[in-house]
Design a protein around this ligand. Structure first.
Ligand SMILES: Nc1ncnc2c1ncn2[C@@H]1O[C@H](COP(=O)(O)OP(=O)(O)OP(=O)(O)O)[C@@H](O)[C@H]1O
Length: 235
């Protein structure tokens, strides 16, 4: 569905992503893991068509990502992107104007799940509530691929499980979901596959079930192996 072929991104002399090749399949939930600065955001931005690869190709259904794929790939950035004057209702209208696949009904359902109301003002939201709003407005699109960059940041422990459940319930069976996070153990419970990034490179991509059944390891174990000792772990 989405293929990253030897994708590299340089910012001046800094190589943010280096020769990353991977394929994402429909219907799977992926965790994109890696320490700060490992290239997760840059890769997601290229997959979303917001940043152009310096080398290599990012393909969506066999065609380079661009104007057309943007209609089917929803990206939730870590950066805040609402104006202070907006209410939660305004945020929905703003998105509706931008995206044909935005559903006001889905938005309202997500707001209910996130315990947000339409009259709330963006500038008065706590960072956790803002994180929930970003998730609600992104998941209100009927996209084929959702790329969520650090969706659980700023959200308290008890709400995180409930929010991941709401995200998973909001998507259809054939949809691909990629979630980047530092909260590895929490993601492990809900993802089908894990992608490990390190210093811009793909270290491993594996199915969580294979890891458990064939190597008797959890994603957390593998994470520790890869990043804890600079090891060469394999899935
Ligand atoms: N616009 C930019 N200009 C210059 N360097 C950049 C830019 N964006 C990212 N980088 C650098 O590229 C590298 C990868 O950054 P990126 O944000 O993709 O990592 P990340 O894995 O998402 O990190 P984090 O977990 O901290 O969000 C970092 O060294 C970062 O400083």
């Amino acid at each position: 569905m989405l293929e990253s072929r030897e994708v590299t991104k340089n910012y001046g002399s800094k190589m943010a992503v280096s020769g990353v090749s991977l394929k994402l399949e429909p219907g799977l939930v992926y965790a994109m893991l890696g320490p700060n600065g490992s290239g997760k955001t840059t890769w997601m931005k290229m997959a979303a068509g917001l940043v152009k690869p310096s080398m290599g190709e990012m393909l969506y259904q066999g065609t380079p990502v661009g104007k057309e794929s943007k209609k089917e790939i929803a990206y939730m950035s870590t950066e805040p992107y609402f104006y202070n004057w907006m209410s939660v209702a305004d945020v929905g209208k703003y998105y509706q104007d931008f995206f044909e696949d935005f559903s006001m009904e889905r938005y309202q359902q997500m707001l209910d799940r996130m315990e947000l109301t339409e009259d709330m003002k963006a500038k008065k939201l706590s960072s956790g509530m803002m994180a929930k709003l970003k998730i609600a407005v992104t998941m209100a699109r009927s996209a084929k691929i959702y790329l969520l960059d650090e969706p659980l940041n700023g959200i308290d422990l008890l709400a995180r499980d409930q929010i991941m459940t709401s995200i998973l319930e909001a998507v259809d069976k054939d949809v691909t979901l990629v979630v980047s996070s530092h909260l590895v153990d929490e993601l492990e419970r809900v993802v089908d596959a894990a992608i490990f990034m390190k210093e811009g490179q793909l270290v491993e991509q594996c199915m969580v079930e294979d890891l458990r059944m064939n190597r008797n390891k959890s994603v957390v174990d593998l994470y520790r192996e890869i990043y804890g000792h600079g090891g060469e772990a394999q899935c």
